[in-house]
Design a protein. Structure first.
Length: 335
């Protein structure tokens, strides 16, 4: 199993979220060719997860997992002596290659692991959610889930959670020459966002601070129209339970706007194994949606700092080291 070649082959198949079918079909074919008992797990329309086990052990104790989808735009692969470049090279197609290579090596040692590659991680974790239902129906009995994300081959002690917040203001349209006849929704939204930006956020001595990103602002009709609508999407990275934070967000935003919470993925503390360097993952993963797949661990090659960038890459040395690490973790877990 040449992990570098497989990484490039996977990167060169465009799989922006919602369009994972081609890369899923490729992985399905490769895993069948390697002799795995491989299933397509329906997600929606032509989208599916890929789940593979050895014929000898259809219910493995350990499952390696990561995601097939990428963020836009598609960037084809290239390489030099040190790195593989392209969209998904570290997030997470290099990880797929390393996990398959590790599973092959472990199989030679009579250690059988499952391989679960899911759709939709970059948007809503829909593939993971449906994989969890699949496991809940008795199709998996795994005790450990080794999830792959770019952690530079450090084992994550914890993963920050995600809290999405929508702040909406409404008003009344009028001609901008007569503002007294209207009611500006934007004039309500801006002070609310200013207060939220200044609001103190919780912190954990080991994990660090909760952070806020105002990722989207929209509203209004035209420069000469008093705006009757304004909206902002916010994202908080959680370092603990969200109940008190939610209450404080609503209080701070004030009564002139409406606050809703469309998505939460909780903060998690994760299992470790002896002898590996550790880190804190400031990002969120599919792990909260895969609770029926066993006790989770989080580790993978590549740096999250270059994921989602025009220059995304994975270092070849880290890719090969990841194969060794996945094998070492599996050996320790089953031992």
């Amino acid at each position: 199993m040449d992990a570098v070649t497989l990484t490039r082959q996977l990167v060169d198949i465009e799989s922006i979220t919602g369009n994972e079918a081609a890369v899923g079909n490729y992985l399905y074919g490769e895993l069948c060719r390697l002799g795995y008992q491989t299933k397509k797990m329906a997600v929606e329309l032509e989208r599916f997860n890929v789940y593979a086990t050895s014929a000898e052990h259809p219910h493995p104790a350990i499952v390696f997992s990561t995601h097939m989808d990428t963020v836009p735009p598609f960037i084809a692969s290239s390489e030099d002596e040190v790195r593989i470049y392209g969209r998904g090279s570290c997030d997470a197609k290099g990880i797929i290659a390393a996990q398959i290579a590790a599973a092959e090596r472990l199989r030679q040692q009579k250690i059988h692991v499952g391989l679960l590659f899911v759709a939709g991680e970059e948007r809503d974790s829909l593939g993971a959610q449906l994989a969890n239902e699949y496991a809940a129906n008795g199709h998996s009995r795994s005790r450990f889930l080794v999830n792959g994300e770019p952690t530079e081959n450090h084992l994550a002690l914890a993963s920050k959670g995600t809290l999405r917040v929508e702040v909406t203001a409404t008003g009344r349209m009028a001609h901008s020459a007569y503002p007294e006849l209207g009611e500006s929704a934007i004039d309500k939204l801006i002070p609310a966002l200013t207060r939220l930006r200044a609001m103190p956020l919780p912190s954990d001595p080991e994990v660090g601070p909760c952070t806020l990103n105002i990722g989207l602002i929209e509203g209004g009709r035209a420069p000469n129209v008093i705006p009757d609508y304004a909206h902002a999407d916010l994202l908080y990275r959680l370092v603990g339970p969200s109940d008190e934070l939610r209450r404080e967000i609503v209080r701070t935003a004030g009564g002139e706007v409406q606050v809703t919470f469309p998505l939460e993925l909780p903060f998690l503390r994760l299992r470790t194994v002896d002898g590996l360097p550790t880190m804190i993952a400031a990002f969120t993963t599919d792990i909260p949606k895969l609770t029926n797949w066993g006790e989770p661990l989080l580790i993978g090659p590549g740096s999250i700092h270059v994921a989602h960038t025009d220059g995304e890459y994975i270092e070849k040395q880290q890719l090969h080291e990841a194969i060794d690490l996945y094998c070492k973790i599996a050996q320790q877990l089953v031992g």
